[in-house]
Design a protein around this ligand. Structure first.
Ligand SMILES: *Cc1c(COP(=O)(O)O)cnc(C)c1O
Length: 502
């Protein structure tokens, strides 16, 4: 597609605030030319039959730019984005916290950064030791029996956990076809269950925002393989009946899978093993602060109880006579379901998470949870007179508002979120969880200061007042200060342009 038609289809999805700037936003391939290079390479006189003439002279399609052109291109692109390094990023259910630079420094150490996954095992003893120690730490923090480090994100962690459960059931010759999922669950939970071939049954929440225990008990039978429960759940509430839930699930021979995305609220305070959990993923990019979203790959190690420990995927790292070994193949003695992804997982994230854990220590991790919960409750108490809290009372690390406070204003949750952008703050998670009308799920995390929380709350209060005063236009035209105006989100999602060709 040529640049003109590309720019045209990009424009059709947006209402640009800065037309000219958008129109001149080219792809790096459009800026570069084959005559230019950022480095001075001598003419190659080397000739070899190993590399055929035609291959050596073939264009490989890299854009040729000088170094300053390349740097300016990426720096200018990055300035169009909002990031955690600029200000609060209060996405509920997402734990977008500061990435300590110490972790970055350690991940960039030559000995780690220049490793190749196919190096001989005796040359990578250091990183294997780090992964081994990280595993021990994650098991200590969760109280669980075994861990698989390889899953690439929370969603793949869920897949790993449910495949291990499926394998365990098959091993017992039990034919179970259903997975129960609460109606407040993240979409990845039912997706995981479906991908593993299970039927999904939704369990409603009770008026306090927790799973309805009576209905759960009614739905539990010998066809149920597992319950996938998030704790604290996506309404920012601790499932107080967790012990009873685990007991009932186990009584029917099913497993309790915990979606650990919200572990930030309880890390260092409660060990999941003491809650009757059989398998749980940890999002290193949430709880353990490794970069998130566009900033870096995710990482979703899965911890499991003793009964499930032999069903985890390979590779596994074992210490044998003071040497670290990679168990690559499904050893005959184990029931491993196989391999989930290439190589060992997101090693750069393991280094960052290990650094995070060691630099905090057990007292520091506990304080993470306490401060995260304190900050969310601070926001709740400052905003509760201005917005509407879906489930009033103390919350955990995030607070769920709904759109009742906007009733009669003709301002929607989406309008409100867009107006936040013009105030210089990133919106919270909106329209999730689905059980709250026009949900605004707000998670400040522990890394925000009181001053920043006050500033955030002041801006929200100001917007809430403006909405109630009938200032509709201000909302329907927002954002006006961002690079792009109101997106046609349907077109933006359906009319994707993911490839570039000349
Ligand atoms: C983030 C999240 C997930 C998915 O995790 P990824 O790492 O994004 O794949 C699942 N469940 C909940 C509750 C989440 O917040």
């Amino acid at each position: 597609m040529n640049s003109r038609s590309r720019a045209h289809s990009f424009k059709s999805a947006v209402n640009s605030n800065k037309e000219t700037e958008l129109n001149t936003q080219s792809l790096i391939f459009e800026l570069g030319s084959t005559e230019k290079s950022g480095v001075d390479i001598e003419n190659c006189e080397f000739s070899s039959n190993l590399i055929g003439e035609s291959l050596r002279n073939k264009k490989i399609g890299l854009p040729g730019l000088s170094e300053p052109e390349a740097i300016r291109y990426f720096v200018n692109l990055s300035k169009k984005n909002y990031s955690i390094d600029e200000g609060i990023y209060p996405l509920g259910s997402c734990t977008m916290k500061h990435n300590p630079r110490l972790n970055e420094k350690l991940a960039r150490l030559d000995g780690f950064a220049n490793l190749h996954p196919l190096q001989p095992v005796n040359t990578i003893q250091g990183v294997l030791e780090l992964m081994f120690e990280l595993s021990k730490n994650l098991l200590e923090i969760t109280g669980m029996e075994a861990v698989a480090l390889s899953p690439a994100a929370g969603a793949q962690g869920e897949l790993c956990g449910i495949l291990a459960i499926k394998q365990a059931l098959e091993n017992k010759r039990e034919n179970r076809s259903k997975i129960l999922v609460p109606d407040s669950a993240h979409g990845t939970n039912p997706s995981t269950a479906a991908l593993c071939g299970y039927e999904i049954e939704s369990v409603p929440s009770n008026p306090s925002g927790r799973i309805n225990l009576d209905i759960l008990i009614e739905k539990l039978n010998d066809k149920v393989a597992a319950l996938m429960l998030t704790n604290p759940n996506t309404c920012g509430l601790f499932e107080n009946d967790i012990l009873k839930i685990a007991e009932e699930v186990h009584k029917r021979g099913a497993y309790l899978y915990c979606d650990g995305a919200n572990f930030n609220a309880i890390v260092g305070k409660v060990k999941p093993s003491s809650l009757g959990i059989d398998a749980m993923h940890l999002n290193l990019h949430k709880t353990f602060s490794t970069p998130h979203g566009g900033g870096g790959p995710g990482s979703g190690p899965v911890v499991v109880s003793k009964q499930l420990s032999s069903f985890l995927p390979v590779p596994m790292i074992k210490k044998i006579n003071d040497k670290f070994e990679i168990i690559e193949n499904e050893n005959k003695n184990t029931n491993s379901f196989g391999r989930l992804k290439a190589f060992h997982g997101q090693v750069g994230m393991f280094i960052r998470a290990y650094s995070y854990i060691l630099s905090h220590g057990s007292d520091g991790l506990k304080q993470v949870a306490e401060d995260a919960v304190l900050n969310a409750n601070y926001i709740q108490s400052k905003l509760k007179e201005h917005l509407t809290v879906k489930y009033p009372g103390f919350c955990m690390h995030e607070v769920l508002f709904d759109d009742q406070f906007l009733k009669g204003t003709e301002v929607s949750t989406l309008d409100f979120a867009k107006a936040m952008i013009d105030k210089g703050i990133h919106p919270m998670t909106i329209y999730f969880p689905l059980i709250a009308s026009g949900a605004m799920l707000t998670e400040p995390t522990e890394t925000e200061s009181k001053k920043d929380l006050d500033n955030f709350c002041e801006k929200i209060i100001d917007l809430a007042k403006k909405a109630k005063e009938g200032n509709r236009n201000l909302f329907s035209s927002s954002p006006t200060k961002a690079v792009l105006g109101r997106l046609n989100e349907t077109a933006a999602a359906r009319d994707l342009i993911l490839t570039y060709s000349e």
